[in-house]
Design a binder for this molecule. Structure first.
Ligand SMILES: [Zn+2]
Length: 275
């Protein structure tokens, strides 16, 4: 990736229609650089539609990623739920690849009372099976477990980075809002720098050259994330974050998940450019 691109999680509110194709066109009109296609309620896109999405994105110069369905738990108790979860990740990766997306993100698992190490090993084993299948299919999409905002959800920065070092083509979806909500910290320039340096240390220069970031304001309490907020209604130190990303030359996609979507994506892009 040549630079840091900014865009929205899902079709911008100001798109002509909620379709992915109109969303991509609107991203380009707004001067933004990327968009995440939301398959959070299920993958409901056929091959022909995906080809049209790929053509549109290439023509408009918009980079794409895709968010997999919420109904995934790679630490589920029931074998059939594991198989269904793996199937949803595979389905997202297949359609994302047809759309020309370079990454998919998903919420990997819940601990369900298991110790973190046991959960980690189960998630790793089940995700490895997904990655082996994608390799057999020659699907080169990056598969990115998301850093999660609630302590009940698998997905600390360390857990996701460990998966990245152990499994080929697995990357991190670094959700700074989630990590702030979950940890109560990580909301200052030195802390943002420390996470980015951790990524560089664990994943090498490639880690910072190929980032996938989720960002928004966030409301949180004792149990972590409550809901997403617009940046200016939240305590997120977004200028400090952008400064840290710029100072360490981070490249990749920044997907804005604030309720106002494109408004905050543009705010981030403008602020970043003027630093
Ligand atoms: Zn997510």
């Amino acid at each position: 990736m040549a630079e840091l691109l900014f865009g929205t999680g899902g079709t911008p509110h100001s798109s002509r229609t909620p379709s992915t194709v109109d969303g991509i066109k609107r991203i380009a009109e707004l001067g933004l650089g990327c968009m995440e296609i939301e398959f959070v309620q299920g993958v409901r896109m056929g091959e022909a539609a995906a080809r049209l999405v790929a053509e549109t994105a290439a023509r408009e110069g918009v980079k794409l990623s895709a968010h997999g369905p919420y109904f995934v738990n790679l630490n589920a108790r029931e074998p059939e739920k594991i198989i269904a979860s793996q199937g949803r990740i595979l389905q997202t990766a297949r359609i994302a690849s047809m759309c020309g997306a370079e990454s998919i993100v998903f919420h990997a698992a819940y601990y369900l009372g298991d110790p973190p190490e046991k959960t980690y090993n189960t998630v790793k084993k089940n995700l490895a099976e997904v990655m082996n299948q994608l390799k057999r299919e020659n699907n080169r999409v990056w598969v990115r477990p998301e850093v999660m905002g609630k302590p009940s959800a698998f997905g600390t920065v360390d857990e996701v980075l460990n998966l990245c070092t152990e499994l080929e083509r697995v990357g991190i979806c670094l959700d700074f809002a989630h990590w702030h909500a979950r940890s109560g910290g990580f909301n200052s320039y030195p802390e943002f720098i420390s996470i980015l340096q951790q990524i560089k240390q664990r994943l090498g220069d490639e880690g910072l050259d190929n980032m996938h970031i989720h960002f928004s304001g966030i409301a949180y309490g004792k149990k972590g994330e409550i809901k997403h907020l617009n940046l200016k209604e939240s305590d997120l130190q977004y200028v400090a974050l952008l400064r840290a990303l710029k100072d360490l030359h981070a490249k990749g996609l920044v997907i804005c998940e604030s309720p106002n979507l494109e408004e905050d994506a543009l705010l981030l892009q403008e602020t970043y450019k003027n630093l």
